[in-house]
Design a protein around this ligand. Structure first.
Ligand code: PMP
Length: 316
């Protein structure tokens, strides 16, 4: 069943065509200049997820979670969708919430970039700020508390434990990468936030191509500047995360990701977010060890939400 086949009837009919039907089918773009020096038989491609209507990879799980909740009747009778988010998931929920008439509430660390908080409010979301020192875990604990205290008001979407998160990638990101590389992908690398991207895409590719290498990437330290990513050893482990799926795990320094983010803008014309810079660092590390191969990673969002970090962008 595709999204377009679904019509859900509450008091009036909710249609998932229009904006939601444009989620996914993002371009797969080659890196051409930051790859100089690699073996000529090694290609590196990136999945350009900022092409999604809500501006990030999180459109895929947000839409799938909402769609499942509507089918199961979880979001009937005016309940608010509640979740914790570092920003992008909230923007995606709020985008489709506005389009479909579903009210949304988020617990979000007060340290999230001002662009993200403003965007959430612009889209009509209720935003509950949590202690920046507690990071994304503080937001998770707040969402759990609200869901337990007011079950009649909130439906807790719980992106960290909801299988519809990784299923979205199993159903879309994985098949798209397989098709766009003509089944030639040899290595897939993704950063870990909820881990939904890596779990869903990795499982699909592994089923199609038993020899494909699945590689996870995360920050090298508990306090880091890679918004959207988690340092797993020191964080609340997402229920959907299975660390045995990836054969290799790479750690990326914030400074290395910042430098690469700027290089991507200046050498590739790709104005992307910091977790994309981190993904490129990891992908180039993997590609640098190969004689031949097709390395694919995913760039979760564009750079606009990080513009207030002037020291990052205005370097010489
Ligand atoms: N990068 C950014 C910018 C994100 O917002 C997220 C989602 N938190 C990720 C990477 C990680 O994606 P996932 O939750 O699928 O692991």
């Amino acid at each position: 069943m595709t999204l377009l086949d679904i019509r859900i009837t509450r008091s009036n009919s909710i249609s998932l065509d229009g904006l939601p039907s444009h989620v996914g089918n993002t371009p797969l773009l080659p890196l051409r200049r930051v790859t100089l020096g690699l073996s000529p038989r090694v290609k590196v491609f990136i999945k350009a997820e900022w092409f999604n209507p809500g501006g990030s990879v999180k459109d895929r799980p947000a839409l799938n979670i909402i769609q499942n909740a509507l089918i199961n009747g979880d979001l009937g009778s005016g309940k608010r969708l509640l979740d914790s988010t570092s920003g992008n998931m909230g923007i995606s929920y709020a985008t489709f919430g506005a389009a479909l008439g579903i009210p949304v509430t988020f617990a979000i660390p007060a340290s999230a970039s001002p662009e993200r908080l403003t965007l959430l409010r612009a889209l009509g979301a209720e935003v509950i700020l949590t202690d920046p020192l507690e990071g994304s875990d503080g937001a998770i604990l707040m969402a759990r508390q609200l869901a337990a205290e007011r079950p009649e008001q909130y439906w807790y979407a719980n992106q960290y434990n909801n299988p519809a998160n990784w299923h979205a990638h199993y159903l879309s990101t994985g098949p798209e990468i397989f098709a766009q590389t003509n089944g030639q992908v040899t290595h897939f690398i993704a950063g870990l936030g909820t881990s939904g991207t890596l779990m869903g895409t990795g499982r699909y590719l592994r089923e199609q191509l038993p020899n494909v290498q699945i590689i996870s990437m995360q920050p090298d330290a508990p306090f880091h500047g890679l918004e959207g990513l988690k340092h797993m050893p020191s964080a609340i482990k997402p229920g959907i995360y299975d660390e045995s799926l990836a054969g290799t795990n790479l750690e990326v320094r914030t400074e290395a990701a910042h430098e690469m983010t700027l290089r991507l803008a200046r050498e590739e014309g790709l104005f992307v977010g910091i977790s994309s810079g981190a993904a490129a660092v990891a992908a180039l590390q993997v590609a640098g060890q190969l004689d031949e191969g097709v390395v694919v990673t995913l760039f979760p969002d564009a750079g606009y939400k990080y513009l207030s970090d002037k020291s990052l962008w205005e370097r010489k």
